[in-house]
Design a protein around this ligand. Structure first.
Ligand code: HGY
Ligand code: MN
Ligand code: MN
Length: 418
């Protein structure tokens, strides 16, 4: 990667940017508020069609790859490895309008504005709508970025299922993709990937400034914990003789939250789902199944947290005569992003008159996967109240515009070198 230093804040079409964010938020909007665009569903297809329209309006060469990522491309006059921006189009269940959508819509705006204002770049410049990141439908995540970075396992699409039992492979077929071709999505010609994202926490809002440059992305483990006790009559079985799986899971949940709290920021641990069996009002739960999401940006501290969680669950099970099984669903280690791309982003922020904050991201991002395939950087804008993964997720319009202009400025430095 070589760059030409510029300190020019690039202009964009602010109204187009904000209107498109509103338009995208309609795709997958839920009647009671919030958005749900899950991979390969009708809402997802509709959103991808909208994005494709915008890429074509911008005169970008547009294509859908073998897993459904949608790319817009401007061939550089000197070719070479590509400069890419973008983010994911999928959302969590009942999510907001900006997680993923901002980096995607801002990426299209930045690339289109550069093309309109400065003509053909010297380096090939691309924008990508990544098909899936959140893990909100299938028992996997980062599907789109992993396909690009050659991190999909053999037969993964056939093995991976959603809650209804549909395989990822069948879902691909339902939108006209052939899972056997997934490997064709691999890119080995990306030089730089830059992602603009909302912070999803309160640091920039509380302490400023309005832009952050991400240096590391936290490491996340997802586990499934199954607690097995004994189903019994809710009226006739004495409290002292019960082996209530949910009471055990509840003790474990409290212990998990306490362990992360005791370790201190930025350690976090969340029990996000729980189901019991047989799930009837007058039956003592015989089985409780819950998930844990535990994170720390420092690898040894994260290992320590995971070990403590396992020990606490085993102790809680022992005390209550329960059996506990712990299974790792996914383990994504912490990732350091490219210092050179961070420098480009810092210069772009300074062109906007701000000295950005260096930050560790507590959220996972496509950038952490693409860091295995490219020099990768991320830029954060504030989240109002630090809220995200909820319908209230929002960022002030002027910060959306500021972040997009800084992104465009960074892309100008990267793709328009002489
Ligand atoms: O879970 C995450 O951090 C991301 O939002 N998918
Ligand atoms: Mn998210
Ligand atoms: Mn995201």
């Amino acid at each position: 990667m070589s760059t030409v230093k510029t300190a020019e804040l690039v202009a964009i079409d602010e109204r187009r940017l904000l209107r498109r964010l509103d338009d995208l938020a309609q795709r997958g909007a839920l009647p009671g508020g919030g958005i749900f665009r899950a991979l390969y569903t009708p809402a997802w297809t509709s959103a991808m069609e909208l994005v494709t329209t915008w890429l074509k309006e911008g005169q970008l060469l547009t294509r859908r790859d073998a897993v459904g990522n949608v790319w817009g491309r401007i061939e550089g006059s000197r070719g070479g490895r590509a400069i890419v921006t973008g983010s994911h189009i999928d959302t969590v269940r009942g999510g907001g309008a900006l997680d993923g959508a901002l980096g995607l819509v801002a990426g299209i705006e930045a690339v289109t504005s550069l093309w309109e204002r400065f003509g053909r770049p010297t380096r090939t410049l691309e924008c990508v709508a990544i098909c899936e990141e959140e893990g909100s439908r299938f028992d996997t995540n980062f599907w789109g970025a992993r396909a690009i970075a050659d991190r999909i396992e053999p037969n993964e699409a056939e093995r991976t299922r959603d809650a209804a039992g549909t395989s990822l492979a069948d879902a691909m077929r339902s939108v006209g993709l052939d899972p056997a071709n997934a490997v064709q999505a691999v890119r080995r010609d990306i030089d730089v990937f830059v992602e603009l994202h909302i912070e999803q926490g309160p640091v920039l809002e509380d302490h400023g400034p309005r832009l952050g440059v991400v240096t590391t992305i936290t490491g996340t483990i997802h586990q499934e914990i199954v607690v097995r006790g004994q189903p019994d009559h809710a009226g006739a079985m004495a409290m002292s003789r019960r082996h209530d799986a949910l009471v055990g899971a509840s003790a474990m949940t409290l212990a998990i939250a306490e362990l992360a709290t005791r370790m201190g920021d930025p350690a976090v641990a969340t029990v996000g789902t729980i189901v019991v069996e047989p799930a009837q009002v007058n039956v003592v739960p015989g089985i409780a199944r819950f998930t844990v999401d535990a994170r720390h940006p420092d690898a040894p501290r994260r290992t320590e947290l995971i070990t403590q969680i396992g020990d606490a669950c085993k102790a809680a099970a022992r005390e209550r005569g329960l059996v506990v099984e712990i299974r790792t669903l996914r383990d994504r280690p912490p990732v350091t992003l490219s210092p050179r791309v961070a420098d480009v982003l810092r210069r772009a922020c300074r062109a906007a008159g701000l000295d950005p904050r260096d930050m560790a991201s507590g959220a996972g991002h496509d950038a952490q996967v693409l860091a295995a395939a490219a020099n990768t950087g991320m830029l954060f804008v504030p989240s109002i109240g630090g809220r995200s993964h909820c319908p209230e997720e929002a960022t002030a319009a002027e910060d959306v515009v500021l972040g997009t202009r800084a992104l465009a400025s960074a892309l100008r430095e990267l793709a328009y070198q002489q």
